[in-house]
Design a protein. Structure first.
Length: 410
């Protein structure tokens, strides 16, 4: 009954000319009831962008394969796209696009914004995903605040993570002291809160470097293998299968046990991203890319004479981005935990400050002082766990947006 009421409101808005708000209502209907054929048909009728209309037609035909109107409309749009929007160059390479009217550009922008709003509505239904965004924002504030506090509020040297000894509160380690040392001092007289904030920056370096590298490597492996097939696909698939034999976090721990003190956070993130992107992420992305290659708009692009570079960059890769974002977030979790575990094993140098090193130093002092202040172990352990969990929660939310099966369930 609620769906029928919303659908009636959408039809009324269409008759009054307010297609933008009508599209939002229709998208809300198909999110709650993906099998609503009338809503899909209405979306097709009010969508001016051929590519977006084709997407809605594919969704409609997937649920109603015998719909003759939808099949005819799809064939019409494919023919119109071929005839009106694309013209091949004399050398058969990249297609040359004709000038797009401003009205069509605005329609394309409106369709894109409507899709973003629909994806956000689906994303925010996952409360853990919203919690992950809040936690990432909190850690971002921590990373930005440390250098500012070092130059302004914390004018004394006692908060410096490497040389900030405070003789006023010896012997070390010392429990929390307000307001000078909110979380106390470690076994070397260094402020724990300052170390906690300073460790956030290298964690972000590892996180974003690993995520971006994974995105690039997995996209390259998947797109090239799915498009060219043959020997190239076989070579790339064999590389991915070989790397999949050993989980990337364990492989990085093995490598880090030998070379961790010789590489920085940036190099660690790059290496982790390459291994993760070429193994599990590449396998999943390749499977998705192979499905995309069978879609009608891909066949239409090939029939117009578009070259491999154009098809991959303008048609294949954009449709892979939602799934790429999921694997980026999942990679962060493994990379941060692997780096923290290596540091926890005591393989990091003192200058390589991170949360794992803080836990290792705290446990080292347990033999000297069994009644160790709680903040020395709990604060860095909790920070490492929440940092990894935040990106995992966001990845689950992005998975809801990228996976059509989950869309249907919600």
């Amino acid at each position: 009954m609620e769906h029928d009421t919303t659908l009636d409101r959408a039809h009324a808005l269409i008759q009054s000319g307010d297609t933008a708000e009508a599209r939002d209502l229709l998208l809300a209907v198909v999110e709650r009831d993906p099998a609503n054929i009338a809503a899909w048909e209405a979306l097709v009728r009010i969508t001016p962008e051929p590519a977006q209309a084709l997407h809605y037609l594919e969704e409609l035909l997937a649920r109603d394969p015998e719909n003759e109107w939808a099949a005819a409309r799809r064939d019409q749009l494919l023919g119109r796209t071929t005839a009106m929007q694309v013209a091949t160059t004399p050398n058969g390479g990249r297609p040359r696009r004709r000038d797009t009217p401003s009205v069509e550009r605005r329609s394309r922008l409106a369709a894109w914004w409507s899709q973003v709003r629909a994806d956000w509505r689906l994303f925010r239904q996952n409360r853990l995903a919203l919690l992950g965004l809040v936690l990432i924002g909190l850690f971002g504030v921590m990373a930005l605040s440390h250098p500012i506090l070092m130059e302004t509020v914390w004018v004394r040297g006692i908060y410096h993570p490497e040389v900030g000894y405070d003789l006023n509160y010896a012997p070390w380690p010392a429990p929390p002291v307000f307001p000078e040392h909110i979380l106390g001092l470690d076994g070397q007289g260094r402020d724990i809160l300052s170390q906690l904030l300073a460790s956030t920056q290298p964690s972000f370096v590892v996180a974003f470097t690993a995520a971006l590298t994974t995105a690039v490597v997995s996209t390259v492996f998947a797109s090239l293998g799915a498009y060219f097939r043959g020997p190239l696909d076989a070579v790339l698939s064999n590389i991915s299968d070989a790397l999949l034999l050993i989980p990337v976090p364990i492989l990085m721990i093995i490598i880090g046990s030998r070379f961790y003190s010789e590489i920085g956070s940036l190099e660690f993130g790059l290496l982790y991203g390459i291994l993760a992107g070429a193994s599990s992420a590449a396998i999943v992305m390749r499977s998705h890319a192979l499905k995309l290659m069978n879609w009608p708009f891909m066949e239409a692009a090939e029939l117009t004479g578009a070259g491999p570079g154009y098809i991959i960059s303008r048609h294949l890769v954009p449709h892979m981005l939602p799934l790429v974002a999921v694997h980026m977030m999942l990679t962060v979790t493994g990379a941060v935990v692997a780096e923290g575990f290596i540091a926890f094993l005591g393989l990091a140098t003192e200058a390589r400050l991170n949360w794992g090193t803080m836990v290792y130093n705290a446990i080292s002092f347990l033999q000297i002082k069994p009644d160790l202040p709680w903040a020395q172990i709990l604060a860095p352990s909790l920070s490492l766990s929440l940092f990894a969990a935040a990106f995992y929660f966001v990845a689950r939310g992005l998975q809801d947006v990228a996976d059509p099966r989950i869309k249907g369930e919600r």
